[in-house]
Design a protein around this ligand. Structure first.
Ligand code: SF4
Ligand code: SF4
Length: 87
């Protein structure tokens, strides 16, 4: 079983940097996962590392084509540059 990358991918490279199996390929217009290398991180991590770091909803799909980060699952990033707050 392997994950795949959809057309939603913006080719940011983040997933490629964290994949422990070197399974992510730099392709245009969107990256791809080499299915024969991807074991869904089952041998190396508790969760799929690519999906954990991917900033784009619906970009990474499971073996059934279901998005691991579906619409609405990722918190939008907002920052007011005029009123920065440092905690
Ligand atoms: S699930 Fe794991 S092994 Fe598969 S592409 Fe993502 S990071 Fe790589
Ligand atoms: S982290 Fe997500 S958006 Fe970035 S290259 Fe990988 S699949 Fe595409």
């Amino acid at each position: 079983m392997a994950l795949s990358i959809s057309e939603a991918c913006i080719a940011c490279n983040a997933c490629k940097l964290v994949c422990p199996s070197n399974a992510i390929l730099t392709k245009s217009p969107h990256f791809q996962i080499a299915a024969h290398r991807c074991d869904e991180c089952q041998s190396t991590a508790a969760v799929a590392q690519c999906a954990s770091i991917c900033p784009v909803e619906n970009a990474i799909l499971d073996a059934n084509g279901i998005a691991l980060n579906p619409t609405g699952s990722l918190a939008p990033i907002s920052f007011n540059f005029n009123q920065p707050q440092f905690l």
